[in-house]
Design a protein around this ligand. Structure first.
Ligand code: SF4
Length: 428
């Protein structure tokens, strides 16, 4: 008999007023009993609608059925058939817009907690199964993957399973890309990322760090001198955008990228690390996406008394995951919605003292379908802050395009066909 509860089995988490002072993971994961109970909510639908929403086509009903029977190792192997990073995806994929969005249990009540179950299975396997993955038989081909972020690691894992010899080239000293420099420890512990990378190494994937492709070696050299048959470019979007308003060069203005990299990758939150960072008292984070929530929640954990999210639209238009907005509110982040910054002010020594904002109201929908914000004339006011963090988006680093012949790009993004092939043979 399926479990017909309309609600997901709740996942334990740290109390808001405890967790907003530490960087440990907020959510604590299911126990075996909780996972079995939640798995029993799945109806094992014949047409598998949930799979339509999964970019890597995880065999969702099959793995959940195995969880319901308590066969956790088999469930892990089922997920692993199509996914290389289950412990990561179970934590940070936006399931509400992917698999869970299509779950029939979501029609009357909450969908099956597919993400939580994926996380449980991956964590259970790491904890209980120490077996080393077998290296697949070689097919004699070599592929270079540029960038050890989620895209590069997934590609490396899929190719390794097919018998390719894969080398991943990473610019930083640690593999993981945005999983290690961008997403904070309290959402995705770094030992989880390291464990997933180790699983790929067991499959034979080689990871070379401190290798900036386009500087140390070019894509041309990888293809023509280093003997790679193909190159996959997964360099992500690491170039932060700014608003181009007065005062953005003052001390205390960060891109969210820099602020989060200092905290996550360079461990600025630990007192025994000497990474410099403002330990702010009052912070304005500009933007309404997941990165803005991460920056705001990190600033709170660094000890800031007041942390504002300044966003020019209303909560309904915020691109951040509902769960992240909910957690941020619980932790005491103040939402200044329908507000937009117009200038940042500083003192004589060049330190931020305030951000000047205007109030906004919503007009007609724009090309994205969201209602456009319109300035309320004469509504300017100052918000006293000592730090401003810009979290308004990123674009790709142009280095690969600038150093590789024949790669067509459109507004900084490499042009690809439906098979992810670029305009150069052998480069994907
Ligand atoms: Fe289970 Fe929901 Fe998928 Fe149906 S749609 S198989 S209930 S997870």
């Amino acid at each position: 008999m399926p479990n017909m509860s309309l609600e997901k089995v709740p996942m334990p988490e740290q109390e808001p007023n405890v967790r907003n002072k530490n960087f440990k993971e907020v959510t604590l994961g299911y126990t075996e009993e909780m996972a079995v109970e939640e798995a029993q909510r799945c109806l094992n639908c014949k047409h598998k609608p949930c799979m339509q929403g999964c970019p890597v086509m995880v065999k969702i009903p099959e793995f959940i059925a195995l969880v319901a029977e308590g066969k956790f190792e088999e469930a892990y192997k089922k997920i692993q058939e199509t996914s290389s990073l289950p412990a990561v995806c179970g934590r940070v994929c936006p399931q509400e817009n992917q698999c869970e969005k299509f779950c029939v249990r979501g029609i009357k009540g909450e969908p099956v907690a597919i993400g939580r179950l994926e996380r449980f299975v991956a964590d259970w396997y790491m904890e209980n199964c120490k077996s080393v993955s077998e290296k697949p038989e070689s097919n004699g081909k070599k592929v270079a993957v540029v960038g050890a972020g989620p895209s590069g690691l997934t590609c490396a894992g899929d190719l390794a399973k097919l018998g390719y010899k894969v080398t991943v080239f990473e610019a930083f000293h640690t593999p993981g890309g945005v999983l290690v420099y961008g997403i904070p420890e309290f959402r995705l512990p770094k030992d989880i990322v390291a464990a997933e990378v180790n699983k790929l190494k067991e499959l034979g994937v080689e990871v070379m760090t401190n290798m900036v492709i386009g500087k140390v070696l070019s894509v041309e050299e990888l293809l023509n001198e280093e003997g790679y048959d193909a190159v996959f470019i997964g360099t992500g979007a690491g170039l932060p955008s700014f608003m181009k308003i007065e005062g953005e060069s003052l001390n205390g203005v960060y891109s969210a990228n820099e602020f989060l990299t200092r905290i996550n990758l360079m461990k600025a939150y630990l007192h025994d690390y000497d990474t410099p960072i403002n330990r702010p008292k009052s912070v304005a984070v500009i933007g309404g996406g997941n990165v803005a929530m991460d920056a705001a929640r990190s600033a709170k954990r660094l000890g800031a008394e007041k942390v504002y999210i300044v966003y020019r639209r209303s909560e309904a238009e915020m691109p951040a995951r509902l769960e992240e907005v909910h957690h941020a509110k619980e932790e005491g982040i103040i939402f200044q919605l329908l507000h937009n910054p117009v200038a940042i002010h500083g003192d004589e020594e060049g330190h931020v003292t305030a951000i000047e904002c205007v109030k906004m109201e919503l007009g007609e929908p724009d090309e994205s379908g969201r209602r456009s914000p319109i300035v309320v004339e004469g509504s300017n006011f100052n918000l006293d802050v000592d730090t401003v963090i810009m979290a308004i988006g990123n674009s790709p680093n142009p280095l690969i395009c600038q150093t590789t012949e024949g790669l067509e790009d459109r507004r900084g993004c490499i042009v690809v066909d439906e098979h992810m092939k670029t305009t150069r043979d052998g480069i994907y």
